[in-house]
Design a protein around this ligand. Sequence first.
Ligand SMILES: *Cc1c(COP(=O)(O)O)cnc(C)c1O
Length: 358
Amino acid sequence: MKIHNFNAGPASLPDVVLKEAANAVINFDNSGLSILEIAHRSPEFKAVLAEAKDLTLDILGLKDKGYQVLFLQGGARMEFLRIPVNLMRVNGKAAFLDTGIWSSGAMKEAESFGLCIEVASSKDRKYCYLPKEYSIPEDADYFYCTSNNTISGTQITHFPETEVSIVCDMTSDIFSRNMDFSRFDLIFAAAQKNIGIAGVTLLVIKESILGKTNRNIASILDFQEHIKADNMYNTPPVFAIYTAMLTLRWIKAEGGIAIIEKRNQEKARLLYAEIDRNELFEGTADRLDRSKMNATFILKDESHKKAFDQFLKERGIYGLEGHRFVGGYRASLYNAVTSKSVNFLVSVLQEFEKQNIN
Ligand SMILES: *Cc1c(COP(=O)(O)O)cnc(C)c1O
């Protein structure tokens, strides 16, 4: 039985990426060695890292615009800490838009380093919408936001016009849609949602924003140290970076973000249309703010839950349960999830409705 993977992360990867990664585990680039055992300072791996960085800037349209790319360990949560350490001046302040558990987690981490101002929050309605009216203090060291809220299923489409540096956690929607990425001074994304496997985080940093804090920064936390060491301050996660590079190659070969974005729009349209039509289900995020990456919904009548879960399992639908904090269901529609899988999920929801409504 084909399994259709809608898990929120670690998540679906393109077939070609899985095949190439599997081959490289046995024989990397016909070297007779496994990608798992080559030296991180070997010319072969340096070429992989260089290609991954080049593709990142190329795909985001950020080449020759003063950005540095890093692939670091510790997941997105490590960046919740590393970002204030590197960007918040001593006695400085940062502004946060609280749109979910990830942004509030990032703010909590930053509070150890300076004043954190919450410019707006959607916590009052369990993060099912995005605050629209807010202002950013002009003297903030940076403004922090989460582009896609993986848990509640909302996604920012309008970023604020501001002179303040914008820092954005794009973990769950990077490379899924086009925008002017040069509006951001720091973009980061843990790999396990839309880039590759767990174990590495992509950072794209405008170099001119670094070195202004007046703080002594421990080397392992210091972006400038990592840049100076060419991403080799400590041993980088070789296989995770290799897999990320393969995914970036795949995005480029598919035709870049514009093509991927079109597919993502169609996938989301199909699924939300079914959630809205089907009498058994309802979406949980406000329509205007719905995410094209994570569609969250619930059964109107919870008594169907056991039967529905079994129904999904029998049809090879994997990873549809909602985040443990919110329950319900969530279909993650990342780049590697095919329209075929989404069409299949839609047909499964229709079949379940037929069986349960007379
Ligand atoms: C998954 C996720 C995280 C957490 O990532 P870790 O690598 O587990 O720390 C943070 N932010 C967003 C938007 C996420 O989707």
